[in-house]
Design a protein around this ligand. Structure first.
Ligand code: 6MZ
Length: 367
């Protein structure tokens, strides 16, 4: 049975802007994939980090390798993408930006083009089936694959931006932050920007990326993923913070992912309050809801409980995420109207001043 808080956070209309497709696969879908490929001898402990468990970031990247073995055909991709979209919709996500790295597989005949087309097809099918969430797609550049592949990926993104009725809206830079250097990707990212693709870049996910972040900020990105080590208290710098603030670049913040991947020591030590108190646009996201065993509702609930946000503040946080999306103005307007219509459903009484129990009362007034 759902308690009052769980119901509130699920009913809260939400925007998800940082979700890696293959990291977002649920246990139920994993079961179907594992049953399809018993010869791989993969079990659940290899595809998800359960409650209370932690891994190094390195180990997290091993998990993705295992998942990739399970998802290597067009059929898998179609099934997985549709399930992930449905699950986000069931969790109250009304606008979703999925991102994924195109992969080819010579054994199954999967090509990068068919990879992207399978995801676009899944988004279209969900729309036809009236799944209640608006979905867009960001094509991901994996930093491990180097500059040349990055350029090819951007070309792919450009082609599908023009051929997907507006479903492909941008490019992501992700992958193991300890591998490669951002400077190698500047030409590809610049090209993406010039052809009208939005840029959502992982930045300063680990402490060693200060110089890289300075370089990437010259583009500048339209959104920043994680930004864990941007601020001076954790080895970043005031000038990095100032630049992010001047350009008002929203941050995609993924609490559970950072705690389970051990780039942040605990929920209390997360950088959310640092930016939130500055009034900087912060968007709560899941990153990899399957791998990190979470949901966007849970992330909002955790943030509220940890940092003492009132339900009214939580509502404002979710509503402000609309403005950080890569949707067109028309879609943003529709979403704003949707939020307005849902307000009385989410706040049937005057409960909006309710505060979550373990308040870190220093925040909550930032936005
Ligand atoms: C950086 C991450 C990530 O693309 O196969 N990915 N990159 N930091 C993270 N923090 C934990 N989580 C996921 O989804 C899986 C891929 O997304 C990126 C990695 O490149 C990973 O292989 P797709 O759908």
């Amino acid at each position: 049975m759902e308690d009052d808080a769980e119901l509130f956070y699920r009913q809260l209309p939400k925007v998800e802007l940082h979700a890696h497709l293959n990291g977002s696969v649920s246990v139920a879908t994993m079961e179907r994939l594992i049953a399809r490929k018993p010869h791989l001898n993969i079990d659940h402990s290899m595809t998800a980090i359960l409650k209370g468990q932690r891994r190094t970031l390195d180990e997290c990247f091993q998990v993705f390798k295992v998942i990739h073995q399970l998802i290597d055909t067009e059929e898998d991709l179609l099934m997985v993408t549709k399930s992930v979209i449905r699950e986000f919709a069931e969790d109250g996500v009304r606008y979703l930006e999925l991102r994924s790295t195109p992969r080819a597989d010579s054994k199954t005949g999967l090509t990068k083009r068919r990879y992207v087309e399978s995801i676009i097809e899944a988004i279209r099918q969900c729309k036809e089936e009236n799944v209640d969430t608006e979905v867009r797609f960001l094509v991901a550049v994996d930093r491990r694959n180097g500059a040349e592949v990055a350029m090819e990926t951007v070309k792919l993104a450009e082609d599908y931006m023009l051929a997907s009725d507006g479903l492909v809206v941008g490019v992501d830079l992700s992958g193991d932050p300890n591998v490669g250097h951002g400077k190698d990707f500047l030409p590809a990212l610049q090209k993406a920007r010039n052809c009208g693709l939005k840029l959502a870049l992982h930045m300063s996910e680990v402490p060693s990326q200060k110089e890289e972040s300075e370089l990437l900020l010259t583009l500048p990105p339209d959104r920043i993923g994680h930004g864990t080590f941007l601020h001076p208290e954790v080895g970043g710098s005031q000038s990095l913070v100032d630049r992010v603030r001047e350009k008002n670049i929203p941050l995609e913040l993924c609490l559970t992912s950072n705690v389970k991947g051990q780039t942040v020591g605990s929920y209390q030590k997360h950088h959310f309050p640092y930016w939130y108190q500055l009034g900087h646009p912060c968007v709560l996201c899941t990153d990899d809801k399957g791998v990190f065993s979470t949901s966007l509702s849970m992330e909002y609930q955790l943030a509220a409980a940890t940092f003492g946000l009132s339900r009214e503040a939580v509502w404002t946080l979710s509503q402000q995420a609309i403005g950080c999306s890569f949707a067109t103005d028309a879609v943003r307007q529709q979403l704003q109207q949707r939020w307005a219509l849902l307000l009385p459903e989410v706040f049937p009484t005057s409960s909006c001043l309710h505060r979550e129990p373990t308040a870190l009362q220093t925040c909550g007034q930032g936005l």
